[in-house]
Design a protein around this ligand. Sequence first.
Ligand code: SF4
Ligand code: MSK
Length: 647
Amino acid sequence: MDPKERSSDKAAQEMIKRMAEAGIANAWDRLEAQSPQCGFGKLGVCCRICAMGPCRIDPFGEGPQVGVCGADVDTIVARNFLRAIAAGVSAHSDHGRTVAEVFLATANGEAKDYQIKDTIKLHKLALELGVEIKDRSANEIAVDVGKIALAEFGKSEGTQLMARRAPAPRQEIWKKLGITPRAVDREVTESLHRSTMGVDQDYKNILTHASRVALADGWGGAMLATELQDVLFGTPYPGRGEVNMGVLKEDQVNIIVHGHEPILSEMIAAASQDAEMLAEAKKVGAKGINVAGTCCTANELLMRHGIPIAGNFLNQELVISTGAIELMAVDVQCVMQGLTTVANCYHTKLVTTADKAKMPGIEHVSMEETAALDTAKELVKTAIGNYKNRGEVYIPEEKESAVGGFSFECINYMLGGRFRASFRPLNDNIINGRIRGVAGIVGCTNPKVPQDLTHTTLTRELIKRDVLVLTTGCATIACGKLGLTNPAKALELAGPGLREVCETVGMPPVLTCGSCVDNTRLLVSCSEIVREGGLGEDISEVPVAGACLESVSEKAFAIGQYFVASGLLVVFAKEIMPILGSENVSNYLFDGIEKDVGGRWAVESDPVKAADMILEHIEAKRDALGINVEKERKLYDMADRRALSIE
Ligand code: SF4
Ligand code: MSK
């Protein structure tokens, strides 16, 4: 296949071609080998939950319409969807739990290489969680915060504390439906229980729990991950970085950190700057040590340290094929097993670091928080020692300047200034129509569509039409590679209203908000828009939507469902939505659910049409708010002025 049909990223195209010439397979080749993929699986109509199966429903109505146990297509599709969401929730939330454990160990003085970096955010979080801050040290406060946070994952009573951040009417909706999320573990366990053979057989009841478990992530585990990471590693503020494979350096030791948890990457970044390490690198003839990231770990590092990003999900194998990577350290999530084969074709040393994620035949170095920096130094030394083993190196030239670091706090500050940090200017400009609304563009890159193309096309279409775009995950990296997170370039593409506002407040039209867990920054921002006033009482009234047209991971379904259950429209690509085998489930998620939670799913694979869909939704919300009405210009005479009441 022509590399251009596989990726819209020029650097990726070059490396795909070179890998093909070298006879080394990557994800696109493996997809081709798998094609045609199972039609039953795509529709979500196969079930292998019990040993009477596997069963499958004939989508043409000619074969069996129920499984051996009698489960119909609605039950099977809904159960599969719930299980995918629960798996996604468990991934993000387990990430959150790991961060909470390291956070607590840091506060207790057991993890000496980490420090509480953002005490202002710590104090805010402490007050929110009811922790006393007066006359107490940061570590004392953090111990209490850490204990409360850790309990959120497994407490036996009560609901998620972070869910109190949602506007009151939203919390009422959840309460009425009985979906206010409890402990993460409980919601995940109940998801698995309900979807086992012979339990929940009412597709709507199953999907209602899908909302509850997803909310436990969005307003629980993932939100805590973001909050605690900010306190521990620093709340991100805008800084410049570079994106794409051109960030690799031919004359330096290159280390790639790949995965999700900044626990590892923060330490490798620190170790690479250590004078002793740099001296070691010089001894082997390298000019320095270059750390770059792939996937969400990359976003975390760019956001906090301006460390370059080598690529997103589909770039992970391609970066190794440059021959320039001495070491790739991986932790959890989105690490393809195919990396082993690719790394074996080059000198690259692949190392796993999370005890819960090992790879056969690959060296494992356990990342203990009590000896984090020493472990990171060992890894850096391994990379330095491997420099001499390099063979042929080919690094594509492509790289783009990017600005990352738009945390909620930063957006608040940029809009309102230091002494009156506020979303008011954003609300005002949505109300006056300069900005039509806000869209979150999130998620992965899937070899089923040309890499990056849907994210970047959708982003361009939306900013052109005066929609402010917030991005996370691999979508952010896709935008970064095309220069869309470079304010100077992106402003050129923005519509006149959005451009005027962005230039006034000094903010780009595409805001890079971080990794996948940082989608919770979007929820917090939506709540703040409501709190600021003038755009309705609930998130479902605000002209906001989310989209992920290249999703890969089950985590994307979890994010989608918590956006929907928070009141938003979420657009996914049709081919990637495994619910279409059931008309009832599809009708409910695309339509009926809106009456219950105020948000809904939609499918559209064409990014331009997806932009149309999002704009239509935004304009409908604006109409409902009454802010699309042209205000009559009125000249006040003295009598009018006297009649004005000032309260
Ligand atoms: Fe088949 Fe029912 Fe068992 Fe699923 S739960 S595998 S539909 S018998
Ligand atoms: S890394 S979940 S491929 S966005 Fe978060 Fe990228 Fe998707 Fe993994």
